[in-house]
Design a protein around this ligand. Sequence first.
Ligand code: C2E
Ligand code: MG
Ligand code: MG
Ligand code: MG
Length: 286
Amino acid sequence: WAKAEGRDRWAVYDPERSARDIARSALAAGLPVALDRGEFVLHYQPIVSLLDGRMLAVEALVRWQHPQLGLIGPDQFIGLAEETGLIVRLGEWVLRQACDDAQRWHADFPDARLVVSVNLAARQADRPAIVDTVADALASTGLPAALLQLELTESAVMGSAGEPLRTLHRLAALGVRLAVDDFGTGYSNLAYLRRLPITCLKLAGPFVEGIRGTESADADHRDERIVDALVRLAHALELWVTAEAVETETQAERLRALRCDSAQGRLFGPPGPAEAVAARLRGDEL
Ligand code: C2E
Ligand code: MG
Ligand code: MG
Ligand code: MG
């Protein structure tokens, strides 16, 4: 038993409170300190054209270089950062760093017109101040707005009416591209989708994973037919389509046959440090 504040308030020792919960709160407590100490790093994963294999964009994916625990993936801390509100500051750092790196690539390889794609959490995207944050990141780094793409989740954009919708339109008016991330896994409202100022749909990994070619046990190719339908939907709305989590040559071939525009995944390169992007741009130039 532990006595909390006040006479009638007792905090009960709860053996059910797992070691995992305790580790989680310890991690959450460490986040603001980590941000101040510069322990976050961005890795970048290529998004390539399925027509000619050229690298069109890179997605910025944040990692935490923890002094004791090593490199920690975003699935371990983005949710925590959203709960504690730190996502706003962390997101600003990500945006600034990504624009800074992209401006450097643009200065060194102007013909590549390489786009940097940055994930926005729902909690960032629905604050009107995000417009100033994005405008500031562009102005202070000098990155042309057309070379920045923002990835929003279906739930973040679909629920938006009124103020949040105006925020999306103000972001689009800056000249940046807006993509819907993990498309097909949330609750999309198609009537609503056509009113959004978006430029790209990113097809969620699970559909791509279901593409296994002719030898597949899934004889009716259900996932492949869903991808077919989603690509047609996107094109009917004049949107680009990027397939996520492409791991095999078969998947890439099928996606190409279905007229999917671009793809991302281990087949085309894992997320890696900024230097790897510059090296690849140098290689593409040859
Ligand atoms: P996401 O935006 O859908 O990012 C794609 C995820 O797929 C990345 O995981 C990437 O490493 C992974 N991936 C890459 N290639 C393959 C593949 O061939 N197969 C499979 N199965 N997966 C692949 P990661 O880096 O662990 O990021 C996880 C999620 O964390 C992201 O999903 C995104 O929602 C979130 N996230 C990452 N960075 C940020 C950030 O800066 N801000 C916010 N708000 N969220 C972020
Ligand atoms: Mg992960
Ligand atoms: Mg993403
Ligand atoms: Mg995604």
